[in-house]
Unconditional design. Structure first.
Length: 198
DNA sequence: AATTTGCCCAACCGCAGACTC
DNA sequence: GGAGTCTGCGGTTGGGCAAAT
C-alpha cells in the first residue's frame, strides 16, 4: 500500500510562517479540515497535504491549549499512559484542547524521566525493606502491604478496566468528558497512589 | 565572551488502516 | 475484489534557546 508522498521534492519544509498559517486557515474556513491535498493546493502553499493537516491539528485548530500543563492534567496523563501505553491520540482525546504531539513531547521530555527516577527510588526502597526483613527488624504489615500494593496495583487496575466504555472510538457515542473523568477517577487509584507515595 | 551541553517542541518520516473508484 | 489515495498514528529528528562551563 503506497502512502501519500510527502518528501523534499514536495517543496517547502521547516517552520511555518504567519503568512502560511493565514493562507491555510482561510482555505480550511471555506472547505473544512478534510481532503488535505486539495487544501494544500488551494492555499497555494508549497507544502504537502500531510504537512498542512499536522499544522492545523497541532497549532491552528480552534480551542487548542498551549503550554502550562497543569498538575491535574499531568496526573491524568500518567494514569492514562499506565493503562494505554504510548497511545498518544487516545490520551490526548481525554485532555480537552491538548494534542497528541504535545502530550508525546511532554512525556518524552519530562514524565518519562520522572518515572525513571521513581523506579530508581522504588528499587532502593525495596532493597532497604529486604534488608530490614532479613534482619528480623519487624517492619511488619505496613511494608508487606506496600510491597503487595506495588506488585498488584497495576494488574488490578487492568483487570477492572473496561476499554469499550472508556475508549469507544466515537466520542459521540461514548461517555461525556465529565462522566468519563469521574468513572475513570473512581475506577482505580491504587497504582497511582503508589507512584506518588513511594 | 565563547563554547558546550541539555532541554523543549515543531515538524518530518514511515507505516498501516480506512476509504474511494 | 483490487489498486490507488487519503488519513491518522507513533517514533524520530533537528533547530532554537537557556544554562552551565
Amino acid at each position: 500500500m503506497a502512502s501519500t508522498l510527502c518528501t523534499k521534492r514536495d517543496g517547502n519544509r521547516g517552520a511555518w510562517t504567519a503568512e502560511e498559517d493565514q493562507k491555510l486557515a482561510r482555505v480550511i474556513e471555506i472547505q473544512g479540515p478534510k481532503r488535505w491535498k486539495i487544501v494544500a493546493a488551494k492555499a497555494g502553499l508549497n507544502r504537502c497535504g500531510k504537512s498542512c493537516r499536522l499544522r492545523w491539528m497541532n497549532y491552528l485548530r480552534p480551542n487548542i491549549k498551549r503550554g502550562n500543563i497543569s498538575d491535574q492534567e499531568e496526573d491524568l496523563i500518567l494514569r492514562l499512559h499506565k493503562l494505554l501505553g504510548n497511545r498518544w491520540s487516545l490520551i490526548a482525546g481525554r485532555l480537552p484542547g491538548r494534542t497528541d504531539n504535545e502530550i508525546k513531547n511532554y512525556w518524552n521530555s519530562r514524565l518519562s524521566k520522572k518515572i525513571k527516577r521513581k523506579e530508581k527510588q522504588n528499587k532502593i526502597l525495596r532493597v532497604q525493606i529486604d534488608h530490614h526483613r532479613n534482619n528480623g527488624m519487624g517492619m511488619g504489615n505496613i511494608l508487606n502491604r506496600w510491597e503487595e500494593g506495588t506488585s498488584k496495583g497495576y494488574e488490578n487496575s487492568k483487570a477492572s478496566f473496561n476499554g469499550d466504555y472508556f475508549f469507544n472510538s466515537s466520542r459521540e457515542e461514548g461517555p461525556s468528558d465529565q462522566e468519563w473523568m469521574s468513572k475513570f477517577l473512581e475506577m482505580d487509584a491504587s497504582w497511582f497512589k503508589i507512584l506518588h507515595d513511594t
